[in-house]
Design a protein around this ligand. Structure first.
Ligand code: DON
Length: 305
């Protein structure tokens, strides 16, 4: 398996030159666009890694998966989906123009920024409590008690996140946002700044692929029903307005982030974490996508086959 991962990294390395590191959040610009790493944990819990798998990066939009999980645990399906839809969209991840149309009642889904800001607002807790609950659950899932958010990335996004601020005020105006706007935005920016490496991410993938059980203890920390909902939404919405093509070519429930991470949960109980900060036009890791496409073929992981 390690040889296969080494080979796929070398095969897809050339793609990094066609991508770009995200620069709309200044702190992300420091990443090395040539980095590329992967960790895969098989159904039995055996871990295989290759490349820059030990490099830490902020999880960005990958945090939307965990925020959705906690929001569902706190409010139930009805409480969440009356404020955010479960439909894929052809809009970019940070778009809000449909929200402002007379018929645009609520964000399309919890994987785009507008939907994620709603789910974050639904997580119970005041101020720092929301992000602390996300960090607590991520530490539990990964058995990594060092997981926390990166203050520099948080402040960088807080300073420049004017579009997210506009989205949040629009949501408040429509009665879709619980609590104080700036407090919810701080929680959202902090969750996006949580740092992990590919090994942590693969453990989160394993947790999802094994219906809410933790790799180390096998403890069930979330209902199977919630995980099934999350996996369906990752499949249809997790790669933004590239989710359709990604489903055809990869077919593994996945979620990307603009710092270059991709979280993937395969049907055979396998968890995968990929890192490559050079992004394509949709904001997905360009080499990460290439690797997952090849891996899906090699290991027969496409859920539609
Ligand atoms: O809100 C933002 O724009 C970022 N913190 C997260 C966006 C993101 O990761 C989109 N992913 N591909």
């Amino acid at each position: 398996m390690e040889k296969l991962l080494d080979r796929l990294i070398e095969k897809n390395r050339y793609l990094t030159q066609f991508g770009q590191v995200a620069n709309y959040i200044p702190a992300l610009e420091k990443a090395n666009p040539e980095d590329i790493g992967i960790c895969l944990i098989d159904g039995k819990g055996k871990q295989y890694c290759s490349g820059a798998y030990h490099k830490k990066f902020s999880i960005q939009s990958i945090s939307k998966v965990i925020a959705l999980m906690v929001a569902l645990m706190d409010n139930g399906e009805e409480g969440v989906f009356k404020r955010v839809g479960m439909e894929p969209t052809d809009e970019p991840f940070n778009s809000f123009y449909k929200l402002d149309l007379p018929q645009g009642e609520k964000p399309a889904n919890p994987m785009i920024n507008s939907g994620a800001i709603v789910t974050t607002s639904l997580i119970k807790g005041e101020g720092e409590e929301k992000v602390n609950r996300l960090i607590y659950i991520l530490r539990k899932i990964t058995s990594n008690h060092d997981i926390t958010y990166n203050e520099e990335v948080f402040l960088s996004e807080k300073e420049t996140g004017h579009k997210n601020r506009a989205i949040a005020y629009l949501l408040k105006n429509k009665g879709l946002l619980e609590g104080e706007v700036e407090e919810v935005l701080d929680a959202y920016f902090k969750q996006c700044s949580i740092e992990m490496d590919c090994r942590d991410l693969a453990k989160v993938g394993w947790f999802l692929a094994n219906k809410g059980r933790i790799l180390k203890s096998k403890e069930q920390v979330c209902s199977e029903e919630i995980i099934t909902t999350i996996l369906a939404i990752m499949t249809t919405c997790g790669m933004y307005n590239f989710s359709g093509e990604y489903a055809v070519r990869v077919g593994i429930p996945s979620k990307s982030g603009v710092a270059g991470g991709i979280l993937a949960a395969a049907v055979n109980g396998m968890g995968i974490g990929v890192y490559g900060p050079a992004l394509d036009q949709y904001g997905n890791s360009i080499a990460g996508y290439g690797i997952l496409k090849d891996l899906s073929k090699e290991l027969n992981l496409n859920i539609f086959y």
